[in-house]
Every structure is written in C-alpha cells, then in structure tokens.
Design a protein around this ligand. Sequence first.
Ligand SMILES: O=C(O)CCC(=O)C(=O)O
Ligand SMILES: [Fe+2]
Length: 359
Amino acid sequence: MAPTLADPFNDSSALINFVINQGNGVKGLSELGLKALPKQYIQPLEERMCMNSIVPQGSIPIIDMSNWEDPNVAKSICDAASAWGFFQIVNHDVPVEVLENVKDATYNFFRLPAEVKNKYSKEHSSSNNVRFGTSFTPQAEKSLEWKDYLSLFYVSEEEASALWPPVCRQQVLDYMKKSELVIKQLLQVLMKGLNVNEIDAAKESLLMGSMRTNLNYYPKCPNPELTVGVGRHSDVSTLTILLQDEIGGLFVRGNKGDDWIHVPPIKGSLVINVGDALQIMSNGRYRSVEHRVVANGSKNRISVPIFVNPRPADMIGPLPELATNGEKPIYKQVLYSDYVKHFFRKAHDGKKTVEFAEL
Ligand SMILES: O=C(O)CCC(=O)C(=O)O
Ligand SMILES: [Fe+2]
C-alpha cells in the first residue's frame, strides 16, 4: 500500500542530510512520526526476520557466576562458548546500580540536542576514539539499519575526561571498570578449557588489551518488519559483554539451519558472546555466532555492549599452546587492526568476516 503522506525523504540526499549531516539520527526520524519507513531502510527480503524461523522454546544457557571456579560451572561456560557462542550470566559481581546508571546515561546522551551529539560525529569529533553515528557503515550499505550509537574506545581515564561526553562518561567508566573482574573470570575459565593454565601479562593483553563500549539506541520504528536494528553479524571481539534493557529483540543463530533464538531480557543479567578474535585464537573451539536485532514498532530500546578486544597492533592467530598439543591450525596470523578494518569496510554479512583469517 502506498504511504498516505508523500515521502519527505524520497530524495536520499535529504535523508542523509537530516540523519547524518545534521546529527538527528534515526531517533530524529522516529520522532518526526513518519507513517512509513523511508525506503533507504527497507531491507531485502532475505535480511528481514522471518517469524517462522524463530524457535519458540529455544534458549541460550543461563549461567550462575557465584561459584565460577566450581568445575561444573567452568564446564558449562566452556560448553556454552563451544556449542552456542552465547550465554547469559547472573550473580556476577557487577553491581545492579552500575548497570542501571549506564542505562540512564545512555538515555541521557541520546536525549541531547542533535547539534550537541553531532559534535561527536565522524565529521566533527576531535578523535577517532569517540564516535556518534547511525546505522553500521552507511557509505557501504545498500540498505540502512535502524540504529544510532555512541562508540567509546578506552585509552585512559585522562583521555576519557577530556573527550567523552560528560553526560555519560563516568557511568561508562564505572561499567567498564566493574566488568573487568567478570571478564577476567570468564577468560580464565575459557583458557583453562583450552589447557592454557596461566594468563601472563602478555596473554592478558592479547585477550583483553583494548576495550570499546557502545551505547546503542534503537528508536521505535514505523514498519519494523521491513528493516533491522542490526543486521546479521558476528562480533570481532574476544568477548562481548552486553547489557540490554527490558524490551528484547536480540536474536542468536541456533544450531540448525535458519533457526533464530531470542535472548530474553533478564533483570541484572549480562549477555556474553564469543567474538571472532576468540574463535581464531581458540582455533575454532569457541565459536562466534551470528546475531541480529529486530526493530520495534512501539518501543525504544537501548543496549550497552563492551567489546573486549586484542590491541589494534596485536597479531592474532591460534594460540601456540594449541599447536603444542598437536592441533593443526585452521587460521593464520593476522594483524588485529587489519581484521577490524576488513569488518568495517563492508555491510554486515553474517559470519563472513572470519574468512579473512582462514588458512
Ligand atoms: O543490541 C543488541 O542487543 C546487540 C548489539 C550488537 O550485536 C552489537 O552492537 O554488536
Ligand atoms: Fe554484535
């Protein structure tokens, strides 16, 4: 059916100007109260979520971290990272106020006027480490994604004080700092599962030497079924620690064919997923798994992932300890910054990024 109003964004340069150049983002589009989705956001049929592919009873593991050193808990973490690539954790040590504060801070950032947020855009930001943007890689995408974000790459407290938006700076720093313990616990267990029993300083740096926190905002959307919040992708991280609000909409690729499994919001929980860097370093034993976010027709949604990464200048490849066990490497050594560049050069395309490192 044709939209009742003429599409004010029929001309793509008008859309780009409003959403990107003026910094209104999709939040600005959503708040115009458009009756129909601008055509630039209409995804090809094969990229839209097909309701028949959702497994109604499917769920990813939920792991209680209070006894994380218990061999049974450790086994369930390693099994989840191999079989699912995704799990949720409860009873971790990140205080619930820290999680609530970073959610509030996310709303507070996105509530700022467009011209204030736009100071952090690619065109205006004084640093590549702070980036307000929209969609994924708009210049490389045939269809845009219905999402705005603020991305904060951590270098130091000093740099954060100087460059990060004051409205969310402290809350993001607290969230990152308080998450460090559970990140270390998870990596210790996952490494032990590969017979890597000691994480020395060099290995710690390789596994978690850099961190990026994104504040994601998915505004409510006219015709949510025609678009995506985030298209199918796997993360390029070692691990991702994701805080989501109570709205839901994150789906993970199941173990069979075209199955998708919803990740239900659980108050106080964190969603953990294996990224490509850990898949590569574990020589495929732990798997990064495709996931996507649907758009919502009636509610705004936020999420706050921490991407725990190697440092850009690190070479990543199967860990040497695996080779000493006689295992044949299936990935080559790649410079992590090249891997990340490869990811951002193209639109989201499921699990394809990892082919870059295949032997
Ligand atoms: O918003 C979410 O639940 C997931 C976001 C995501 O997959 C990402 O930022 O990589
Ligand atoms: Fe992701």
